[in-house]
Design a protein around this ligand. Structure first.
Ligand code: G1P
Length: 354
């Protein structure tokens, strides 16, 4: 079975990071989101994968992933020229998919239990679609499924009054019938060709559409709080591995990963913490739930529940629930009382009281 991963979304809710880095390439637990997704697909035996990218981001993906061979997959890049909705993105991948069944995976979704379950359900049945579902308290932010017996009988995209609490998760298994369904739908009220409408079309045409309820956690990491929560969830599974050096004057509790050439001095690490390669950390208290990218410099800082990207420099501050971009400098001024900022577009700053 082939896989199609949709990565063309512009990531407006993750600005300003996404001005220079597609959201799918933002690291959690120090690996880009898309690498976690490639793991999910390979675990389900899917290694022939089409990645649908936007016209401006193809280069970033190719630089990060190449032909996929280093991840044990074969990648084909498909460009979606205009952002006309998920169903349009799927239609763009028709040439890649051909007449095979395929797994459709939204590139900002992470699933603890992976996709083996829905793939097996599809293979064992005569279904034209298996849709993964997850009960949520506020389904109106998602596609919502109505089930009768063991079938899905109705799907509605972001309904004002949901008919159930079963949200559509970003992992679907389709037969090639989905392409003719997509060809028959019209843009929704938000002007997009919705995959939900294409699945409804399959149902209306009398095709068998089955639910698959997933277990474990599910995160749509399109917004910073969810990205940080997913980081914490992935860090919960790390095992201590120290390749760099932790000086004797440090205190370490919990599981901690410290990459090669990293040096930790006079600091407290409260696991889970993941520190990349070539990081310098001194006089600081880091953790829990912190990931620090390569070559970052952390000095005199207290930090928890945060992601720091490569090359950032953080000095003399207390941070929580923060997402710090590549090469960003955050420091406490020693000479002036007022705060001095140099921020790009759509940044978000929430100063603490100290
Ligand atoms: C998309 C789908 C929606 C699904 C959600 C899962 O919504 O249209 O049906 O529930 O992904 O993440 P979007 O995130 O594009 O608004």
């Amino acid at each position: 079975m082939k896989g199609v991963v949709l990565c063309a979304g512009e990531g407006t809710r993750m600005r300003p990071l996404t001005y220079s880095l597609p959201k799918h390439l933002i690291p959690i637990a120090n690996r880009p989101v898309i690498e976690h997704i490639l793991d999910t697909l390979t675990h389900a035996g899917i290694t022939d994968i089409g990645i649908v990218v936007g016209p401006n981001t193809q280069r970033s993906f190719q630089d990060a992933l190449g032909d996929g061979s280093q991840f044990g997959v074969r990648l084909t890049y498909v460009v979606q020229e205009d952002p006309r909705g998920l169903a349009h993105a799927v239609a763009c991948a028709h040439g890649f998919v051909g007449d095979d069944p395929f797994l459709l995976y939204l590139g900002d979704n992470l699933l603890e239990a992976g996709v083996t379950g829905p793939v097996e359900r599809f293979v064992k049945t005569e279904a034209d679609a298996v849709i993964t579902l997850y009960p949520v308290p506020d389904p109106s932010r998602f596609g919502v499924a109505e089930i009768a017996g063991d079938k899905i009988v109705r799907l509605v995209e972001k309904p004002a009054t949901p008919v159930s609490n079963l949200a559509v998760v970003g992992a679907y298994v389709f037969s090639p019938e989905i392409f003719s369904a997509i060809a028959h739908i019209r843009p929704s009220a938000r002007g997009e060709l919705e995959i939900t409408d294409a699945i409804q079309r399959l149902i209306d045409d009398g095709r068998l559409v089955l639910p698959y309820r997933i277990s474990g956690w599910w995160r749509d990491v399109g917004r910073p709080p969810e990205l940080l929560a997913a980081n914490a969830q992935l860090l919960a599974d790390i095992a201590t591995k120290i390749d760099g050096t932790i000086a004797r004057d440090c205190a370490v509790t919990g599981d901690v990963v410290v990459g090669p050439r990293s040096r930790i001095r006079n600091s407290t690490l409260i696991g889970p913490v993941m520190i990349g390669n070539g990081v310098t950390c001194s006089d600081s208290k880091i953790g829990p739930n912190v990931s620090i990218g390569d070559d970052a410099i952390i000095t005199g800082t207290r930090m928890r529940a945060s992601i720091v990207l490569a090359g950032a420099e953080i000095t003399g501050v207390t941070l929580t629930d923060s997402l710090i971009g590549r090469g960003t400098i955050v420091s406490k001024s020693v000479s002036q009382q007022a705060t001095s900022l140099l921020l790009g577009d759509h940044c978000r700053v929430e100063l603490g009281s100290d």
